[in-house]
Ligand binder design. Structure first.
Ligand SMILES: Cc1cc2nc3c(=O)[nH]c(=O)nc-3n(C[C@H](O)[C@H](O)[C@H](O)COP(=O)(O)O)c2cc1C
Length: 185
């Protein structure tokens, strides 16, 4: 099982990073082979072709040489995912949003690379705590557009991350061990 963590976090320490470490530990201890994809340095969508772009037919980005092609390949090779991001301005971090804007166009619908694959959504609003639901909802919409199956939604803030850290570990581990959304435990 290939478990891919797609991170919008520009930092290599702090709340969001520590949550990601727990996701990685959970997936690994559940038996998955684990990788992290960081996307915050990729360019945004050029919105070419009068808005439709060639991506709709070609399922690839005309400007993918910036690293997007390699990132898309990693998504195609993965069996399961965690999308994890700090909450910025009540939303996912800008780099992750840019990547998802491009990926959604290439992998839209039931024939796309994410279709039927499970995803754990993790948002960390580390300031006021505001925007958690909005951010999770934004990632939820991406999953609906690409046919990804949401395994769980976890929001962790400054005053709950002790027990939410345990939750992200447990969720990633359960996924890696083969639990499917919809099963009764
Ligand atoms: C530009 C910017 C916008 C932010 N907006 C929010 C926000 O809307 N809600 C919130 O709770 N925290 C907000 N924060 C704080 C981040 O969510 C916090 O840095 C992050 O969750 C995780 O903490 P970490 O930086 O220790 O990983 C913002 C931070 C930045 C840099």
């Amino acid at each position: 099982m290939n478990y891919l963590v797609i991170s919008g976090n520009p930092k290599r320490a702090g709340l969001c990073f520590s949550l990601m470490e727990e996701v990685l530990r959970g997936a690994r201890e559940g038996g998955a082979s684990v990788e992290v994809l960081t996307v915050e340095k990729l360019e945004r969508c050029h919105v070419c072709g009068d808005g439709w772009g060639s991506c709709r037919e070609r399922h690839s980005c005309a400007f993918g040489a910036d690293g997007f092609d390699a990132a898309q390949e990693a998504v195609r090779a993965a069996d399961q995912f965690c999308f994890i991001t700090p909450v910025y301005w009540w939303e996912m971090a800008e780099g992750l949003k840019s990547f998802f804007d491009r990926l959604r166009r290439c992998e839209f619908g039931e024939h796309g690379a994410l279709s039927g694959k499970q995803v754990l959504l993790v948002a960390s609003p580390g300031g006021t705590g505001n925007g958690m639901l909005n951010c999770l909802e934004q990632m939820d919409r991406f999953c609906r557009h690409t046919g990804a199956v949401i395994f769980d939604y976890i929001g962790a803030n400054r005053w709950n991350h002790d027990y939410k850290r345990r939750a992200v570990y447990a969720a990633a581990r359960a996924m890696a061990e083969g639990r499917r959304a919809g099963e009764t435990v």
